[in-house]
Design a binder for this molecule. Sequence first.
Ligand SMILES: [Zn+2]
Length: 280
Amino acid sequence: MRVLILGGTVDASQLAIKASAIPGIEVIVSLAGRTRQSAKINVQTRIGGFGGTEGLVAYLQDKAIALLIDATHPYAAQISFKAATAAKICGIPHLMLVRPQWQPTQADRWIEVDNMEAAAAILPGLAKRVFLTIGRQELSTFAYLEDIWFLMRAIDPPEANIPIPQGQLFGITQDIVAIAVEHAQNLPVKRVTLEIGQLAVVMPDAIRFCFDVCCRGTVLEGASLEILEIAGLAKCRQCGAEIPLSEPFGICDRCGSVDLEIVRGNELKIKEMEVDDLCA
Ligand SMILES: [Zn+2]
């Protein structure tokens, strides 16, 4: 049986690895090509869009897919809708990986709205400073609220051409720059070298993208950035074999166990800084 998993999440990759270990199941994972999960996993993978619902229908028929599993990001509402429609047209079963909802607890004060636009609409009069932890694609919905300051959490940077709300984009790059500034002790920094493990939940490209902006107005302004990527390595807890990894999980190719201990590849650190020594 051939199964198509719409992926791009850690959950999807774990599901793909486990499903492909089941005899008689052939797994194909589809990735939009946007996230860290595009890093190669050891199953058949295709990258890129399908070309709408019609394209997905054509693909399902062409590849004779018997089951479609939607394991995309919870914010990827469009692809989920297309997946459901395409599966229905093709008459094949369709599963959706649904994560548990947040449950209100006693002291919580929740205000429920129907969508992002409605959330943006009620903010004026409610708060002056707002923390947004939403998909980066949706930040622009809040950009028109000029009287509100936003703290925005983002692992990947938003695309350069979309409007984002005023405030601060909080991410890993800011943290790195802050640490480097502290160590520079007011001396101008010429170069920063980072070590980033392949299994760390951060894309080198995302850091490169934000670095210059984050350095602005600090002793790191104008510094060059060098990134050393470290390949992932795990040790099998069952048989002791060493397994190269490109994802923070995997399967032992010697004994088939998924009980792996990560040996290398989790790094995210400043390895070196070149400082302009003004006294020299
Ligand atoms: Zn093993």
